[in-house]
Design a protein around this ligand. Structure first.
Ligand SMILES: [Zn+2]
Length: 235
């Protein structure tokens, strides 16, 4: 995949302003100037380049060849930051992993690695930034999904398989997601979720959930008198 972006300096001369640098994902290792033979412990000489343009070296004693280490970027991956950026954009658009593979030619496992890596970073960002947010009206709901197979067909005995519910709490007016929790639709997971909400939201507010019973005790326990609580049951 190529980007049709002009050189920043050339573009600055053409348009009159310098584009702010795109967010820096890269942390390239500084290419080593010298290469020592692993067996002879002597300095190797430059010996052409690989097909991908990396410098090769050859030991003048044992004739073993080496190439310079590849640049590692985001999360120890070798994929160039522009490509990673493209994958993230497609994931955010809701493209499937397989369709991204077809569009970009990047391996499915790499896409999944990027997804997990970016997910963890986003989680950390939300947990660090979304704390003690003053809110007035919060709504909670669960999104159903499943891991591996649906609960009914789960014969693996693996507790990680089956139904998975993503609890989401958001401010009704601004649609800001305050917190979320992934788990089962159980009392314990509801309590964990409401406790997370307790840390994310501050002040006295109004809260509305669906008719799921464990909410009542969990909200009473974690949020106490801080909230006005109502259940919204659709008929
Ligand atoms: Zn050698």
């Amino acid at each position: 995949m190529t980007t049709g972006r002009a050189h920043p300096q050339a573009e600055a001369e053409r348009t009159g302003f310098l584009r702010p640098p795109s967010f820096s994902l890269s942390r390239p290792n500084k290419a080593r100037e010298k290469m020592t033979c692993h067996s002879c412990r002597i300095e190797c000489r430059k010996f052409g380049k690989t097909r991908k343009g990396q410098q090769r070296y050859r030991c003048s004693q044992c004739y073993k060849t080496y190439s310079e280490p590849r640049n590692e970027y985001l999360g120890g991956m070798y994929t160039a930051p522009e490509k990673v950026e493209g994958v993230i954009n497609l994931l955010v658009e809701g493209c499937s992993i397989r369709s991204i593979r077809r569009l970009t030619g990047i391996d499915q496992n790499t896409i999944m690695k990027i997804l997990v890596f970016v997910g963890h970073r986003c989680q950390r960002l939300l947990e660090n930034k979304c704390r003690n947010v003053p809110v007035s009206d919060v709504q909670c709901d669960e999104i159903w999904g499943f891991v591996g197979c649906k609960e009914k067909h789960n014969r693996t005995g693996n507790p990680e398989f089956g139904d998975a519910y993503c609890f989401v709490a958001f401010e009704r007016a601004s649609k800001l997601v305050l917190t979320w929790h992934l788990g089962r639709r159980s009392t314990r997971d509801t309590e964990v979720f409401i406790e997370k909400l307790n840390e994310a939201a501050s002040g006295k507010f109004q809260i509305a959930t669906d008719g799921f019973a464990p909410y009542f005790d969990a909200i009473h326990m974690s949020l106490g008198t801080r909230v006005d609580y109502a259940q919204l049951i659709k008929v």
